[in-house]
Design a protein around this ligand. Structure first.
Ligand code: SPD
Length: 307
C-alpha cells in the first residue's frame, strides 16, 4: 500500500502558548488526513507533535471530539469517538472465543483496546505489545480516558517492542484471543497484514481461539480490505468482515475482520459474556454485532465469492 497521509497546510497548528496567554478562545485550524483527493478533518489545534523513532506522533485538541491522536498524519483515535472502534474490535472476539484467560493485543498503544478487553472479568492476563513508546507515553498523558483503568490493572502487561517478532517467538497455542490494533499498512504497521504474520497468529491461538484485526475501509481502501479478508480465510479457514463507522477515518466506513479455525464462533456472542459488558458499551451490543456482520456490501460479497 502506498504511503497515503499528508499533513496539509490548512492544518497549521495554533501554538499552545497562544491559547494559554490569551483570554479569548484559541483560533482553531483544520487538522486533516488527506487521501485520494478527499480530506477528513477536525477543527482544532495541535498541542504536541514529535517525530519518534517510528513515525510522527501528533496530539490535537479538537472542538468536537476532544483530544485526538494522529500517526504520520493519519487519524487513530479521539476521546469522544473512540468507542466506535474499540468496542467493535474487542467484543465479538471476547464474547465468541471458547476461553478468554490469555489475550494478546498487538499495537493498541492508546490503551482503548486493552481497556475494553479488561472489562471482561474472565480475562486473567493481557499482553499488549506496542512498538512506539511515545504513543503510549502521550496517550497516558494526553488521552488518559482512552486507556482508562487498563493502565493500572494488574492483569495488564505492557511490552514496548515489535509485535511481529513477539508473535513469531510466542509458543504454540499460548493465547485465547489475539487482537491486532495497528495502523494502516504503511510504515511500522506494514508487516501486520501479510501471510507470515497471520500464520503465526493462527499458530499461537489455542483451540477455540479467535483472531481480530482492523481491516480498513471497504470504500477508501477497497483492495487492502478485500485482500485482508481473503488472506485470513486462507490462513484460518473461517474469517468474516464486520462493518461499522469511525467518522473521522477515511470515508467513515470501517471494517474489522474476525477469524477462527474451528468455525465462525465470533459471530455468536456467549450470553453471559455479552451481559457482563453490554451495559457499559456505547455502540456494541449483540444486536448491533449481528447487523454489522450482515451488512456486507454487495461488491464485497461478489469479490469474495469470486476469489
Ligand atoms: N486509518 C486508521 C486505522 C487505525 C487503526 N488503529 C487505530 C488505533 C486505535 N486504538
Amino acid at each position: 500500500m502506498r504511503r497515503r497521509c499528508a499533513w496539509l497546510e490548512g492544518a497549521t497548528p495554533t501554538p499552545v502558548s497562544d491559547s494559554a496567554a490569551s483570554d479569548s478562545a484559541p483560533t482553531p485550524g483544520w487538522v486533516d488526513e488527506a487521501f485520494d483527493g478527499v480530506r477528513y478533518g477536525l477543527a482544532g489545534r495541535v498541542i504536541a507533535e514529535q517525530q519518534s523513532a517510528f513515525q510522527r506522533v501528533t496530539i490535537i485538541e479538537s472542538e468536537r471530539y476532544g483530544k485526538g491522536l494522529l500517526l504520520d498524519g493519519c487519524w487513530m483515535t479521539a476521546e469522544r469517538q473512540e468507542r466506535h472502534y474499540h468496542e467493535a474490535i474487542v467484543h465479538p472476539a471476547l464474547c465468541g472465543a471458547e476461553r478468554i484467560e490469555r489475550v494478546l493485543v498487538i499495537g493498541g498503544g492508546d490503551g482503548g483496546t486493552a481497556r475494553e478487553c479488561l472489562r471482561h472479568p474472565g480475562v486473567q492476563h493481557l499482553d499488549m505489545v506496542e512498538i512506539d513508546a511515545l504513543v503510549v507515553e502521550w496517550s497516558r498523558q494526553h488521552l488518559p480516558s482512552i486507556g482508562g483503568a487498563a493502565w493500572s490493572d494488574p492483569r495488564f502487561h505492557l511490552t514496548v517492542g515489535d509485535g511481529i517478532a513477539w508473535t513469531a517467538q510466542a509458543p504454540d497455542a499460548s493465547y485465547d484471543v489475539v487482537i491486532v490494533d495497528g495502523s494502516d499498512p504503511a510504515g511500522p504497521a506494514e508487516g501486520l497484514f501479510n501471510r507470515a504474520f497471520f500464520a503465526h497468529c493462527r499458530r499461537i491461538l489455542r483451540p477455540g481461539g479467535v483472531f481480530a484485526t482492523q481491516s480498513e475501509s471497504p470504500e477508501a481502501f477497497r483492495q487492502v480490505h478485500l485482500d485482508t479478508v481473503r488472506l485470513l480465510r486462507e490462513v484460518f479457514g473461517h474469517a468474516d468482515p464486520m462493518y461499522g463507522w469511525v467518522p473521522m477515518y477515511p470515508s467513515g466506513w470501517w471494517s474489522w475482520t474476525f477469524a477462527a479455525v474451528d468455525g465462525p464462533r465470533y459471530r455468536q456472542p456467549r450470553p453471559e459474556r455479552a451481559e457482563a459488558v453490554a451495559d457499559g458499551c456505547e455502540i456494541w451490543s449483540p444486536r448491533w454485532q449481528q447487523g454489522a456482520f450482515e451488512t456486507v456490501p454487495a461488491f464485497v460479497e461478489r469479490a469474495l465469492a469470486g476469489a
